[in-house]
Design a protein around this ligand. Structure first.
Ligand code: GLU
Length: 416
């Protein structure tokens, strides 16, 4: 496995695109670096009365095209390097989708599964209060990510609102639908993955109705991706997994039933209607489409040769290392990169933010139609760039995104 840090790997992807497009070295240097990095250490009163100190981060990578945008994750392994990489990817993700946002990301180093609901709420509120000095509907707009959800967003929104003295719905996205949230936000990342899976099957000449799909990770992204790929594309979802392990059934799963099982049992790994497999085995299954929708570095130089899928659609952020990318590209696997494949979430976050600012809410059909249209447009722009530069999809997506952010940087000029 690679010894490089996640941020170094992300910069490597950027450098590849920058050199292919002949980006000026000084602009490249501006675009590589995060604009602001905030580290907060904050105390939380635990249920038994003792105080624990947690570490949190918020990184604003770039705001040349608009306010910073990106989720907040709670994970025991979260660290500054990871949050920097994730913020970096958000800059290119919002630019690929042509949204008027920059890129940001946050995280708290904590295992939320070990907290009571009260502890989770106090941690969330105190963390948000600590990072509030750089947050706001026009500065930086957080959203859900790994282990955070609409309930956490409601606490964030309320905390910010209490501190400023009025209700500011537009300060976070991914809120509950009846509290300034957007219809279709919860399914949005999975829906975007579905659109990319469908389009990439077209590119590779695969009939979706005959295709088999494996999904690694069964959180928000994996669940909706599996559901919509099976329901709307008619493909067979033959394997799914979560952090505890996976299940495989060559006949295909009833994904709705799987989701209900996950909700009740907390894992899909014990689902009885399939054969138990490990996460590693899932990645190496002989399927048409593989959707890594868990965490970073799932596909690395140690297993990339063994991936049998013809298409990889990155539901997670950073699931493929640069070394693995090279191997997959050489072997003719079509990799739809994270900054395109999972951009459905931030796209509906954009719709949510617009609805909040206008205090005028859209119906579900409008949102789904607008999302699918924007995903298709971005996919086709990335394919055009791919053909123009004779490169892979990831590098093409970077070129498209870097071009937009570089334009904004040059046009705005360097202050003062
Ligand atoms: N956390 C999601 C992502 O990685 C969504 C970000 C957002 O909606 O702002 O894209």
């Amino acid at each position: 496995m690679s010894k490089k840090s996640l941020y170094e790997m992300a910069v490597e992807q950027f450098n590849r695109a920058a050199s292919l497009m002949d980006l000026e070295p000084d602009i490249a240097e501006v675009l590589r670096r995060p604009k602001r990095v905030l580290i907060v250490e904050f105390p939380v009163r635990m249920d038994d009365g003792h105080i624990e100190v947690f570490t949190g981060y918020r990184v604003q990578h770039n705001i040349a095209r608009g306010p910073a945008k990106g989720g907040i994750r709670y994970h025991p392994d979260t660290n500054l390097d990871e949050v920097k990489a994730l913020a970096f990817w958000m800059t290119w993700k919002t630019a690929v989708m042509n949204l008027p946002f920059g890129g940001g990301k946050g995280g708290v180093r904590v295992d939320p599964k070990k907290l009571s609901r009260g502890e989770l709420e106090r941690l969330s509120r105190r963390y948000f209060s600590e990072i509030q000095i750089i947050i706001g509907p026009h500065n930086d707009i957080p959203a859900p990510d790994v282990n955070t959800n609409a309930d956490v967003m409601a606490w964030y929104m309320d905390t910010y609102s209490m501190n400023v003295g009025y209700t500011a719905l537009g300060v976070v996205t991914g809120k509950p639908v009846d509290l300034g949230g957007s219809k279709g936000r919860e399914e949005a990342t999975g829906r975007g993955v579905k659109v990319c899976a469908g389009l990439s099957m077209d590119v590779m000449g695969i009939d979706p109705k005959k295709a088999t799909v494996a999904v690694q990770g069964f959180g928000n992204v994996g669940q909706y991706a599996a559901l919509l790929i099976s329901q709307e594309l008619g493909s067979k979802v033959v394997a799914v997994s979560d952090s505890k392990g996976g299940v495989y059934n060559p006949e295909g799963f009833d994904v709705e039933e799987l989701i209900r099982y996950k909700l009740e049992e907390g894992t899909v790994s014990t689902y009885p209607k399939g054969e138990k497999i490990s996460n590693e085995e899932l990645l190496e299954l002989d399927v048409d489409v593989l959707v890594p929708a868990a965490l970073e570095n799932a596909i690395h130089e140690g297993n990339a040769e063994k991936i049998k899928a013809k298409i990889v659609v990155e539901g997670a952020n950073g699931p493929t290392t640069p070394e693995a990318d090279e191997i997959l590209n050489r072997r003719g696997v079509l990799v739809v990169p994270d900054i395109l494949a999972n951009a459905g979430g931030v796209t509906v976050s954009y719709f949510e933010w617009v609805q909040d600012l206008q205090e005028f809410f859209w119906d579900l059909d409008q949102i789904r139609t607008a999302l699918e249209k924007m995903m298709k447009e971005a996919f086709s722009e990335v394919m055009k760039t791919k053909n123009k530069y004779s490169t892979d999809m990831r590098t093409a997506a970077y070129i498209l995104a870097i071009d937009r952010v570089a334009y904004a940087t040059r046009k705005r000029g360097i202050y003062p």
